[in-house]
Design a protein around this ligand. Structure first.
Ligand SMILES: CC(C)(COP(=O)(O)OP(=O)(O)OC[C@H]1O[C@@H](n2cnc3c(N)ncnc32)[C@H](O)[C@@H]1OP(=O)(O)O)[C@@H](O)C(=O)NCCC(=O)NCCS
Length: 180
């Protein structure tokens, strides 16, 4: 048997749609993430569109990965290219309750950041994340993955009918790689 470590992420596949939707609906997730409601078919179709393509800086405006816990799907990371012109993207992520507290989100985010900011990957220059101020676990994940706290945004997002303060974080290519 080879001793190579099992991968922490892979591109999300149409077959992951049902489990991703289940994770999105977990109360501890929806509490902090006001995600747009989607049907399984809708998500499956989106995941089908670019399932086996290599990352493409001109085609990919949204990429989703499945987080793996020793090969078992345990969460997801979604990246949206918010400005191709300025090479800026934004990330969101969830780890299913049963798999939390084992470093999965941190490792997955680190891997996604490398793919996003690498000139041979998505070729972005800046990766952003906004997190509810009270979401201490997620703030810790961002800090561990090297994201820099850039500010406090009052009432940025509506969650369950109330405006919720958020913290803004970002990771630059130059934070991650020694050359630009
Ligand atoms: C946030 C989330 C992704 C973290 O996933 P995870 O795989 O458990 O994260 P990691 O194990 O990599 O790191 C979690 C860190 O938060 C810490 N933590 C957990 N709960 C905490 C709390 N209530 N207060 C402070 N720190 C906390 C852990 O101790 C750990 O830090 P450490 O390694 O220094 O001990 C997961 O809890 C989740 O999916 N939450 C719901 C959805 C969500 O909030 N998504 C992010 C939206 S921006």
């Amino acid at each position: 048997m080879s001793g190579s470590p099992s991968p922490i992420i892979r591109r999300a596949e149409p077959e992951d749609a049902a489990i991703i939707l289940r994770w999105r609906l977990e109360p501890s997730t929806s509490h902090f993430q006001p995600l747009r409601p989607r049907t399984v078919d809708e998500l499956r179709t989106r995941l089908q569109q670019r399932r086996s393509e290599p990352l493409d800086t001109t085609l990919d405006s949204e990429v989703q990965w499945t987080i793996l816990d020793n090969g078992i799907p345990a969460g997801w990371v979604r990246l949206e290219v918010t400005s191709r012109e300025h090479r800026v993207g934004s990330v969101g992520y969830t780890v299913a309750t049963a798999h939390r507290g084992r470093g999965l989100a941190t490792a997955a985010l680190h891997e996604v950041a490398r793919l996003a900011l690498d000139p041979h990957g998505l070729d972005l220059w800046r990766l952003e994340a906004n997190v509810a101020s009270a979401n201490l676990a997620s703030r810790r994940v961002l800090a561990k993955a090297g994201f820099v706290h850039e500010g406090h945004a009052r009432g940025l997002v509506v969650i369950a009918g109330a405006r919720v303060d958020h913290e803004r974080y970002a990771l630059l290519r130059s934070d991650l790689f020694s050359h630009d």
